[in-house]
Design a protein around this ligand. Structure first.
Ligand code: ZN
Ligand code: ZN
Ligand code: FE
Length: 742
């Protein structure tokens, strides 16, 4: 018995060929819980065969366990692949989409029927999740169903010794999908035109795997600005696709682990440190580059012809909306704004963005979990069947429980946007159908106004067939911590440090700098960052200068130096906000760590108004002088951490000390806060396990140095590796709290 992700990745044909190689007879079949093998033959050969299963398994297979038991009366004359027997044998593991493999790339040049065929694939590579309509994974249940295989492809599909044996999306120039210019000619005819347009500074819209992408030369500032204009995206960094690893190394610093990730079959966007600048507006001076390598055959085909070796490669959408995957929508949105629209006739069933990851302390941290990762399930070691977790509001992703694992949806986005909320509902519907999911309990955030909370309530009503489905609200920061506990299958109590921008607290205030003692059922708020007012509510998150005024007021700090960060803010606005603060007009309270980072970035005049989420904190982090070991004082009283002394220290340093040093000192202060509090918590509770989660821990300097400092004190430290530490991972935490409640 082989357990793990072993279906839809060419596992059975692999076993067949392996058995033949070792001269063994027997059978292989899919089952709900894995792949079952019956093998008979020489004992030594069986040993070697078992070893080879793990050594030589297909790239995208994830083997969790190989169990071996002896049976007495098994006889077979040859090796056979058995079909799945019944409905009960249905498979719920679906493979994510897999980047094109080297063998297929060489087929592009060699195989007569696949010369320059941009949809080449085999059992080891190609589209999976993005084209699946229903299970089991068979060609008729994918968007490949409308293409009738030609005799040559059919031959390959049925030949167990062929690399394309049972490769569901198998296709060739004679029978498969085709690229074409919208309103124009064949792709092969316009390939040179497309390449020319990019090299000459044009923007091209091309349908890829999970939707459309906008592409232009990454060294052309004008083109880059044009993409920003088209998307309505002012400053958020744009991903860059490089021709190969050597080119990436010209522009970025890449370590061994980052190289592995970039080249892996998942082919995510990897956030790297910038070495040499591309067009300025690509990353707006943030000092990092989101790099990705080609993953579709057509990527390789255009790089072969392009003069430039780096292109901006970004999802085609209007800022805040989901990726566009339909032709009509692509045309109506981008017509007249781009040089070309290139589409193809293989439909996208499950739209999906590129994933974004980074390496922290030589381990992967996922920032956006999508292509290549979804719908890989997360093993939990406990039954969670029937739990639907709605997720949070920003960077939403929801989660369903199947057997003992969690299946997290692809990155959905910010639900406040109407189109994105529609997309959310559509994807939920698809997941329910695809995975034959029946909700038994629904769990959502504690925030009454989150659209995901509203949706959950509606879902309860819709399912009112006599018996009421229970609904549970889970506190946001508790869910962050439990998401990390779930990944690590921790059941006992932990010290949870949950730092982020916003989350609804049990006292009705907005939390975000939280020290929790919790297990997977409940939590106790041990301590938190000081409450300060958010003048204007949510808008204070977009306009950090408001938070600066609030902190200054809160700690009675006089502005003894005229602060640069107010130079572009209207005096009357400043006056109004000050009045709001003094008279408590629309000033909800927050203990958010995100707002504190915002305010410090603003004080240093790095960002008075955020043009994208966490812009200020990201700029602050990018400036850190790592040789600076100093820090500022803070105070801790009555379970509250106060930053009055920290901020007055910063105010004293402004104009005297470099911004890089101030930034380092501030970060070191937060690390000291965590260190001191965690030690206090341990003293009171005796707990040694520390969980760090929440969007603020995407800050590499903060996370690495906090971990180092806590490791010195022999704490056991856990961080998110399989789901994002940001709100994209919340649903997993919600799911576990709900299953424990059941
Ligand atoms: Zn392949
Ligand atoms: Zn064919
Ligand atoms: Fe959060």
């Amino acid at each position: 018995m082989v357990e793990g992700l072993v279906q839809g990745v060419g596992f059975r044909p692999f076993i067949y060929r392996l058995a033949k190689k070792h001269q063994l007879v027997g059978t292989v079949a899919n089952r709900t819980d894995g792949v079952i093998l019956n093998i008979s033959g020489d004992e030594k050969r069986i040993d070697l065969f078992t070893k080879d299963i793990e050594l030589l398994a297909p790239l995208a297979a994830e083997i969790r366990n190989v169990n071996r038991t002896y049976i007495d009366d098994f006889i077979s004359d040859d090796f056979y692949i058995l079909p799945s027997k019944s409905i009960n044998d249905q498979i719920t593991e679906i493979s994510p989409d897999i980047a094109v493999c080297d063998k297929c790339l060489s087929d592009l040049k060699k195989q007569n029927h696949r010369i320059n065929y941009p949809f080449v694939n085999c059992t080891n590579c190609g589209p999976r999740f993005s084209i699946i309509k229903s299970l089991p994974y068979d060609r008729v249940k994918t968007t490949m169903n409308k293409f009738k295989m030609c005799p040559v492809c059919k031959g390959e599909y049925h030949d167990v010794n062929d690399r394309r044996f049972h490769a569901q999306p198998v296709a060739c120039n004679n029978c498969g999908p085709k690229y074409y210019k919208v309103g124009g000619s064949d792709f092969s005819l316009i390939l040179d035109e497309v390449v020319n347009a990019i090299d000459k500074g044009g923007v091209v819209l091309i349908k890829g795997l999970g939707g459309y992408n906008l592409i232009c030369d990454a060294n052309n500032e004008e083109a880059s600005l044009k993409i920003r204009d088209i998307k309505g995206r002012e400053a958020k960094p744009l991903a860059v696709m490089f021709a190969d690893l050597n080119v990436i190394q010209k522009y970025c610093y890449v370590n061994r682990r980052e190289k592995e990730l970039l080249s892996s079959w998942r082919k995510p966007i990897v956030l790297l440190r910038e070495k040499k600048q591309l067009a300025k507006s690509v990353n707006s001076g943030l000092g990092s580059i989101g790099a990705i390598l080609p993953y579709l055959p057509f990527h390789y085909m255009i790089f072969e012809r392009l003069y430039t070796s780096a292109v901006i490669y970004t999802s085609a959408n209007i800022s805040g909306e989901p990726i566009i995957w339909k032709d009509e929508k692509a045309s109506s949105t981008f017509e007249n704004k781009v040089s070309f629209i290139v589409s193809h006739d293989r439909e996208v069933e499950n739209p999906i963005d590129d994933s974004v990851v980074k390496v922290v302390k030589s381990k992967t941290q996922i920032i956006r979990r999508a292509r290549g990762y979804v719908p890989n399930s997360i093993a939990l070691g406990e039954k969670v069947e029937g739990v639907f977790a709605a997720g949070a509001e920003l960077k939403n992703s929801f989660c369903i429980g199947k057997n003992q694992s969690a299946i997290l949806s692809q990155y959905i986005g910010d639900l406040k946007n109407l189109e994105t909320f529609d997309f959310y509902k559509k994807v939920i519907n698809r997941f329910f159908n695809l995975f034959k999911f029946q909700p038994k309990i629904i769990v959502c955030d504690l925030h009454p106004d989150y659209l995901s909370t509203q949706f959950s309530k509606d879902l309860v009503k819709a399912n009112l067939n006599g018996n009421q489905i229970p609904i549970l609200n889970v506190q946001h920061h508790h869910a962050h911590i439990v998401s990390c506990m779930a990944e690590n299958q921790i059941k006992d109590k932990v010290l949870g440090i949950s730092f982020d921008g916003t989350g609804y607290g049990s006292d009705g205030n907005i939390w975000g700098g939280e020290f929790l003692v919790c297990d997977t059922k409940s939590f106790e708020r041990f301590a938190h960052f000081d409450y300060v007012k958010m003048p204007g509510g949510d808008i204070a998150a977009e306009e950090p200068w408001r938070m600066v005024l609030s902190y200054l007021h809160n700690y009675s700090l006089n502005i003894f130096k005229k602060l640069d960060c107010f130079k572009n803010i209207d005096d009357r606005k400043i006056e109004t906000v000050n009045e709001m603060i003094q008279n408590n007009i629309n000033t909800p309270l927050t203990s958010s760590a995100g707002r504190l980072f915002d305010a410090v970035a603003c004080l240093l005049d790095l960002c008075s108004i955020n043009s994208f989420d966490a812009e200020g904190p990201m700029r602050l982090e990018s400036l850190i002088d790592e040789s600076e070991k100093g820090s500022y004082p803070f105070s801790y009283n009555n379970k509250v951490v106060s930053f009055g002394q920290t901020l007055s220290g910063i105010l004293e340093d402004i104009n005297l000390v470099s911004i890089s040093s101030i930034s380092a000192r501030f970060h070191n202060t937060i690390i000291n806060v965590i260190h001191e509090l965690v030690n206090k918590m341990k003293k009171e509770t005796g707990i040694n396990k520390v969980v760090l989660s929440g969007g603020v821990f995407q800050n590499r300097y903060l996370l690495e140095n906090t971990m180092c400092k806590l490791e010195e004190d022999k704490f056991e430290i856990y961080t998110n590796r399989l789901v994002p530490p940001n709100d994209g991972g919340i649903a997993l935490g919600q799911l576990i709290v709900a299953s424990n409640y059941l």
